[in-house]
Design a protein around this ligand. Structure first.
Ligand SMILES: Cc1ncc(COP(=O)(O)O)c(CNc2conc2O)c1O
Length: 370
């Protein structure tokens, strides 16, 4: 069971994943849920999360990189898998052999990809950039070029999609511009595409706020993990999601220090009174980065500060009284009366909740409950 002989671990509650997928499925009525499990399912574990999502009503999987798709194909032989990022044309035969759908938006790419195919059949989704400004075609003419380049090749456009840049923000001006641009584009291009293409435009925020706009399927990422795309969305959409991710450790040392004693590199912390200090085995080598100095952890429901510089493998906590070695410490999650949410950590680091589970590295094993 333990991948590491160290008392620091993540627990992923698969019932929370199941709950979140069912909640979104119900919210969308007849549209499909495409589970976004890229970056090892936002740090939660790609296989276990994909399995929980698929058994709860998701019908498609989406990743960012071909390798992620190939690993999923080993476990899920018949599920549609979309690679949403750019894939080098020299790998298209590999994708085709494993029936993995790639993303296209460059007519040259089609030409190059076609030269790497023998008689394999490659499915692609056409990405439209309506304002995200990352990848995608930006005009109807570019669409015609891509569609023309596909003629007489073994490359088939089986879907089209776009991505919103501001769906999680108050107001809907830019969102409306993007969706209008997409609809306009579709009117001019749809007739040149095969009948049964799948059209998907929304991420969690768009799906939560505007479910009826979502065409055929939603690319459900952050909400599947029980995290809200933004404070605005969490305060304005009445969908109850459950956070799946918790991070725990245990005290491995407890000592009393005197007024004037220093803690950790650089002596950045000097006790201004006699006090108790605990040490836990997690550090920036695990992704528990140095900027988390002076943040807090939970012990028996009490919030206690991280004091002194965070080291590569350990950090120190100021305790309110001596605890047993082995006392559990909650770094993300709830215990008894307290909670440290993913948003609390993200706010403290002046980042977004998406980033936190992604940066917590592989030296912290993920265990699955339920
Ligand atoms: C193309 C695309 N579709 C859907 C999603 C899912 O979005 P959600 O997690 O908000 O539901 C992402 C997430 N992409 C990113 C999430 O964080 N940074 C990103 O580039 C994406 O890049």
């Amino acid at each position: 069971k333990s991948a590491y002989h160290r008392d620091t671990w993540v627990e992923v509650d698969l019932d929370a994943i199941r709950h979140n997928v069912k909640t979104m499925n119900h919210h969308l009525k007849d549209k499909e849920v495409m589970a976004v499990v890229k970056a090892d399912a936002y740090g939660h574990g790609e296989i276990e999360v994909a399995e929980a999502a698929l058994e709860s009503g998701a019908t498609r999987l989406a990743v960012a990189v071909l390798d992620e798709g190939l690993r999923l194909r080993q476990k899920f032989p018949d599920i549609p898998i979309l690679v949403m990022g750019w894939t080098d044309p020299k790998y298209v035969a590999l994708a085709a052999q494993h029936n993995i759908t790639l993303t296209t938006f460059q007519s040259d790419w089609i030409k190059q990809a076609s030269s790497y195919l023998n008689d394999e059949h490659l499915n692609v989704h056409l990405k439209v950039d309506t304002g995200m400004g990352r990848i995608g075609i930006r005009s109807v003419e570019e669409a015609y070029d891509v569609i023309k380049a596909c003629k007489h090749t073994n490359i088939f456009i089986t879907g089209v999609f776009t991505h919103f840049a501001t769906a999680d923000e108050p107001g809907n001006h830019y969102y409306s511009q993007q969706i209008a641009a997409f609809k306009q584009w579709l009117i001019q291009v749809k007739r040149y595409l095969q009948e049964n293409i799948v059209i998907h435009i929304g991420n969690t925020a768009a799906a939560m706020r505007f479910p009826d706009d979502m065409f055929d399927a939603v690319r459900f990422g952050i909400g599947m993990y029980g995290l809200y795309p933004s404070k605005f969305v969490s305060e304005n959409v009445s969908l109850h999601l459950k956070q799946a991710f918790s991070l725990y450790s245990r005290l491995i040392h407890v000592k009393r220090i005197n007024k004037g004693d220093a803690i950790s590199y650089g002596k950045t912390y000097v006790a201004d009174q006699d006090e108790w200090i605990g040490t836990i085995p997690i550090g920036y080598g695990d992704g528990w980065i140095r900027k988390l100095q002076n943040f807090q952890v939970l012990i028996h429901g009490k919030k206690l500060p991280i004091v002194g510089r965070i080291c590569m493998d350990q950090c120190m906590i100021r305790l309110d009284h001596p605890y047993e070695i082995g006392t559990s410490v909650t770094l993300i999650g709830s215990d008894q009366t307290g909670v440290v949410s993913m948003d609390d950590v993200a706010d403290y680091l002046e980042t977004i909740n998406y980033e936190i589970p992604c940066i917590l590295g592989k030296r912290i094993p993920r265990y699955y409950i339920n």
